[in-house]
Each structure stands twice: as C-alpha cells, then as structure tokens.
Design a protein around this ligand. Structure first.
Ligand code: WQD
Length: 338
C-alpha cells in the first residue's frame, strides 16, 4: 500500500518513513529540501534496506501537486509534514509561513477531496494551546490566540482540514498535536539536522557538549515551577513516528469515530530545563556549560500532555523516557560530528 510523506526527509518525517517501511508500506516522499538533504535517503535506506521513492519539488507549485496525484493515483494515505516551523522566523516573515504552510495544505486537500476515499494525517502542535489553563493538557483544552504566525498556521491548518472533512465524508483525517519532539533513531543513521544556530533546547545542548557552541543559555529561572525553569513534554521522535503509523492504520481500517479527529502526542511527563540538563549530564557523563539568562519572549511556563485519548483510542503510548531521548540525541550528535 502506497503512502505519501510530504517533508519526508525532515526530522520527524524521516523517522516516520522508517516506521512506515517497517510496517510494510511503500513510501513516496515529496520534499523541496529547503530544510533537509537528499543524504537523509541513505540514512533511511541503511535502516530499512528499502529506498523510498523520492520526488524533489515545492508543494507551492500547484500544477506539480496535481500532476503528482495523477501519476500516483494509488496513494492510499498522506502524512503531511512539509511546512516551515521556526517560530522566530515566522514573526519576521509571516507571509512566507502563511503561503508555505497553508497554500500547500489546500492544494493537497483539493486533490484528496476528489478521490473516492483518502486518509490524511496532519502534523500539528501543542503550540495551539498557548499557555493552557489546566495541566496536563487534554484535547478539549481551548485553542488560544496563537503566539506566532507559525502557531497560527497550525491552528488555521486544523480548521481548514475540519471544514473540508465536514463536506467531504470520503476524506478521513487526524491531526496529531506534538509536544516537544526530540532524540534520534537508535542507529544514529538519521536525526535532527538544525540549520544554523539551533532554536530548540536539545540540539543546542548537544552542540554545546560537542564543542560547537560555547555555552547554553537557559532562558529564565524565575518561572513559577519547581526550579524556576520552564516545563515541556519531550517526546522521543521514534515514539512520535510510531504514533503517525498507528493513526494512519486507524483510518485505513475505518476505526475512527469521526472523519476528523485530534490527538495529543506526548509522554505525559513534564520536565524542566534544568532537569533536562541534569538528565543529559547523566547520560553523557559530562558537565554541560550553561548560564541562566533572561526569559525568551513568547515562552510559556509549562506544557505537558494528557495522553489518555491517544493511549485508549489509538492504543499508542510513548515507550522512551527523557534519558532515552537525550542519550539518542547525544549519540546522533557525536556521529554527525565524527
Ligand atoms: C524548550 C524550552 C526554552 C533553547 C518549540 C515550538 C513548538 C515546537 C517545539 C514545532 C523552553 C528553553 C530553549 C535554549 C533554553 N516546534 N530553551 N535555551 O519553545 O517549547 O517549542 O519547539 O512544532 O511549536 O514553539 O521548544 O526547544 O525552543 O524550548 O533555555 O537555547 O527550553 O525557554 O523553555 P518550545 P524549545
């Protein structure tokens, strides 16, 4: 059975391609390589022994999207990762984000909505909750005004899918709201490849530990948390990838309760920044050079998932803990810099 993975050479996309192939799916990847490299194909193939079909083009070219679906009319499912995801960049260049993240989504849904039946998995984010009023966060928590154009594209994207599914009962969709993806494949054949200075905590930690960065800046220790630093739910990217396959299988087997569903995908455990650093020092057996600095604009105090719905309805649960994630991230960093 053929599955399209857009952004399949990216961090989460590549790990999902591996898990799809492990389950026997034939995978075709579309990626414009704006934030990834065709080298990732070698990493995927080295893990599974199967090279995915790969087409490099930009999903903003509507005619190419239409042509793709004509040539691949046997695609049974689509997992849509392709999007820009840098919060800060989205503030500087909102139109880039609204075009790249939303126009492309519309073009794909236009193709899927004319098929006899189609199954669509959407890469969403816990960022839609903003600072939730209650923790842990359930799927019923209110979606709040986005803190950035990036976050807004996730909210609008979910609404576009919801509205499309309302009038296209032949289209079944699931939005997965990720918490903080982290770690790397245990083989270290694929992992996170941030371009330039990492914005996210874990790659900045591993790059500091390997000597690429001088020192980690911890953005604030005056938050109302157990040690004053922010709390997040760090989920291993392989667990996250498996959740995508399980969600797709739910749709393919018609086990969904409605044709548009939303699931939180996290571990259900919150960790502070200092706890992440302590965990990293434990697994890497080395001290990390860091300092406390001022808060980062736009950061929320705490976010971690209530995973009941995914556990009970998807039958999915994260298997790796923070130490596992950091250990795999460190192994990957050492491999990339070797
Ligand atoms: C985590 C914590 C920082 C870097 C973002 C996006 C979100 C999703 C995941 C795409 C925070 C602190 C960080 C550093 C630090 N992306 N930190 N020093 O902001 O929770 O989420 O990535 O879907 O949409 O918003 O992740 O890793 O940037 O930050 O102290 O150098 O680490 O303050 O508390 P975040 P993050």
């Amino acid at each position: 059975m053929k599955v399209l993975v857009t952004g399949g050479l990216g961090f989460i996309g590549s790990h999902t391609v591996v898990e799809l192939q492990n389950k026997g799916f034939e995978v075709v990847i579309i990626d414009n390589c704006s934030n990834s490299s065709p080298e990732v194909l070698k990493g995927i193939t080295s893990i599974t022994g199967k090279e995915p079909i790969f087409e490099q083009f930009d999903l903003r070219e509507k005619s190419k999207v239409q042509d793709f679906f004509k040539r691949h009319d046997d695609v049974q499912g689509v997992i849509h990762f392709a999007a820009s995801k840098a919060v800060g960049e989205s503030v500087e260049n909102p139109l880039l984000y609204y075009e790249n993240n939303l126009a492309t989504l519309v073009y794909i849904l236009q193709e899927l909505s004319i098929k006899a039946s189609s199954n669509f998995i959407f890469s969403s984010s816990c960022t839609v909750y903003g600072q939730a009023d209650e923790l842990p966060i359930t799927e019923n928590a209110p979606v709040k005004a986005a803190e950035s154009p990036y976050g807004n594209t996730k909210q609008i994207g979910e609404e576009i899918i919801r509205d499309t599914c309302k009038v296209n009962t032949n289209l079944k969709a699931i939005a997965l709201r990720y918490f903080n993806p982290t770690g790397a494949h245990p083989t270290a054949a694929i992992g996170e490849l941030p371009i330039g200075v990492p914005q996210n905590l874990i790659p900045y930690i591993t790059q500091t530990a390997i000597g690429l960065r001088e020192q980690l800046s911890v953005f604030g220790d005056d938050y109302p948390t157990q040690d004053g630093t922010c709390i997040r739910d760090y989920i291993h990217v392989v667990d996250l990838a498996k959740a995508h396959v399980i969600a797709l299988q739910r749709l393919l087997e018609d086990k969904n309760n409605s044709n548009y569903e939303v699931f939180n995908v996290g571990t259900g455990t919150g960790s502070t920044v200092l706890e992440v650093i302590q965990s990293f020092e434990k697994v890497s057996k080395q001290k990390l050079n860091y300092k406390i600095v001022a808060r980062r604009e736009g950061d929320i105090t705490a976010a971690y998932a209530d995973t009941t719905k995914a556990n009970e309805e998807l039958g999915w649960k994260a298997e790796s803990n923070l130490d596992d994630s950091l250990s795999s991230a460190w192994k990957w960093e050492q491999k990339v810099r070797s």
